[in-house]
Design a protein around this ligand. Structure first.
Ligand SMILES: NC(=O)c1ccc[n+]([C@@H]2O[C@H](COP(=O)([O-])OP(=O)(O)OC[C@H]3O[C@@H](n4cnc5c(N)ncnc54)[C@H](O)[C@@H]3O)[C@@H](O)[C@H]2O)c1
Length: 468
């Protein structure tokens, strides 16, 4: 067991047992036989590798909701103490547990409200092993220096593949034929069943999913056009069109891949259905608010639309069960009565591969944040990156100062750092919160303690962390 240096008593460097929060305590690296921080660093000088801020076994992580094994493996590989639970916890148990941990990993069912986060005195960072983050009070977390990470794009390929499946399924009316067979009806038809080769796919929103889809669709012989608010480089032979109307007038299949914003609400409504080719198909695997469903029902009943696939809905149930009915969405029964309509319960990104990729992406972000203070990918703190310290740079320390974004802070911080050699420094802000990182060299443990005490005394302080 190593003998960490704990600089918690004013003006005094003492050797003590591992303790309290990494956000409040400066530990030595895992030096052997009671070596000092400096001696330990010098001894390892020849072996360049990333430095660690704490003894890693001191980092306590709680993973809830069956976070993928890939994520667990990465975190355990760092030597962190990882507790894993398959389910989410009721609020009282969550509050009990969260008091003790530095990191919590959740999926969509765990609600990290201000009430819960207020109890999380040691919490440095939240990993949402999913796409969305609205289960976390992001503003409260930022104001208390708790970074939140998620994985917004790890399932792009899964969504693109689902859309490819739906294009063929709609063109061949596979959903209806399958339903008929389940009911015992043999109905062999070729009328209005099509190959997709040579047909035009119109992609609305050419981002992570839209551009993946473009590649797959062209490989199957489709002509791809896309509309996006941003001018984007086309992949393969795809072609950007200047307006949504242009796209609607040309496409045999229209597929939506835009975010949920005020501009995209009911982006496809009665007017847009009128613009579409007769017998065209609509696919929505983006967000439920993007399509005006009563208008779709009308267009479908009028024969204007030959079929549609919907994976997302304006109101979606919180859990699995018999909830997809007129109580959830008033038009529910009318929608379900349409033919050549594929309905899926928001499964576009739900694959084993996507879960694994999410596990890796979020766990990597957590490790970077814990070990190096890098906030790249954080949804609630400014994104700040700085090359990591290595053992080639002995006696360096990385100062992280999360503070309220008010005038005059940088001057005060730089006064505190002024007597030291600041090798590199970076600062950025997001709303009310700013994030500053500075690497200082040739610092002794007592210097680091002074820096910490002085930063902690500033009225702008949210959180000070020191890594080395
Ligand atoms: N069904 C699922 O399971 C599932 C899974 C993942 C993502 N999604 C959803 O898919 C959608 C797209 O995801 P992504 O990862 O490709 O996002 P992205 O941010 O990579 O791409 C979105 C694109 O839409 C464009 N855009 C924004 N507003 C627009 C507008 N008004 N008109 C035209 N283009 C506009 C942007 O410029 C961007 O290129 C999102 O709504 C996301 O929530 C659904």
């Amino acid at each position: 067991m190593s003998s960490p240096i704990n600089i918690s008593a004013p003006g005094k460097v003492s050797y003590s047992s591992l303790s309290v929060s990494p956000s409040a305590t400066f530990h030595s690296p895992p030096a052997s036989q009671g070596q000092s921080f400096m001696a330990s660093n010098l001894a390892h000088r020849a072996a360049p590798k990333h430095l660690k801020p704490f003894n890693t076994e001191d980092i306590k992580i709680l993973l809830l909701e069956n976070v993928n094994q890939t994520g667990q493996d990465i975190l355990k590989g760092q030597g962190y103490q990882v507790e894993f639970q398959k389910a989410s916890l009721p609020e009282d148990q969550l509050i009990e547990k969260i008091r003790d941990v530095h990191v919590i990993g959740i999926r969509s069912k765990t609600k990290l409200t201000a009430k819960v986060l207020a109890e999380a005195k040691n919490l440095l960072v939240v990993g949402c092993f999913c796409i969305g983050t609205n289960q976390v009070d992001l503003d409260y977390a930022a104001k208390h220096g708790i970074a939140v990470f998620n994985s917004p794009f790890a399932n792009s390929r899964s969504v693109a593949e689902l859309v490819i499946a739906e294009i063929i399924t709609l063109a061949r009316q596979l959903g209806d034929r399958s339903n008929e067979m389940h009911r015992g009806t043999w109905n062999k038809v070729s009328n209005k069943c099509w190959e997709i080769r040579g047909k035009t796919l119109g992609i609305v929103g050419y981002g992570h999913i839209g551009s993946q889809l473009s590649v797959l669709a062209e490989a199957m012989g489709m002509v791809v056009i896309y509309y996006d608010v941003v001018t984007l480089m086309a992949i393969g032979s795809a072609r950007q069109v200047p307006s949504l109307d242009d796209l609607l007038q040309q496409a045999d299949f229209v597929t939506l891949h835009v975010p949920e914003t005020p501009e995209t609400k009911n982006m496809i409504s009665a007017k847009q259905f009128e613009k579409m080719k007769s017998g065209a198909y609509l696919i929505n695997a983006s967000r439920g608010t993007v399509v005006d469903i009563p208008a779709l029902i009308k267009a479908s009943r009028a024969g204007k639309i030959a079929g549609a696939a919907l994976d997302v809905f304006p109101n979606e149930p919180a859990g699995n069960g018999d909830y997809f009915n007129a109580e959830l969405n008033t038009w529910g029964d009318d929608l379900r009565s349409l033919s050549n309509l594929i309905l899926t319960p928001h499964i576009g990104g739900s694959t084993e591969e996507a879960q694994r990729a999410i596990g890796v992406e979020v766990a990597d972000a957590l490790v970077r944040y814990i070990n190096q203070g890098i906030t790249l990918g954080s949804v609630n703190l400014p994104e700040v990156n700085m090359r990591s310290l290595t053992l080639d740079e002995p006696n360096h320390a990385r100062i992280i100062y999360i503070h309220r974004n008010v005038p005059g802070v940088l001057r005060k911080v730089n006064e505190i750092l002024a007597d030291h050699n600041v090798d590199k420094q970076i600062s950025d802000s997001k709303g009310d919160i700013a994030y500053l990182m500075a690497d200082v060299s040739a610092v002794k443990p007592e210097d680091i303690k002074d820096i910490r005490d002085n930063l902690d005394a500033l009225s702008s302080r949210v959180l000070t962390r020191i890594l080395y």
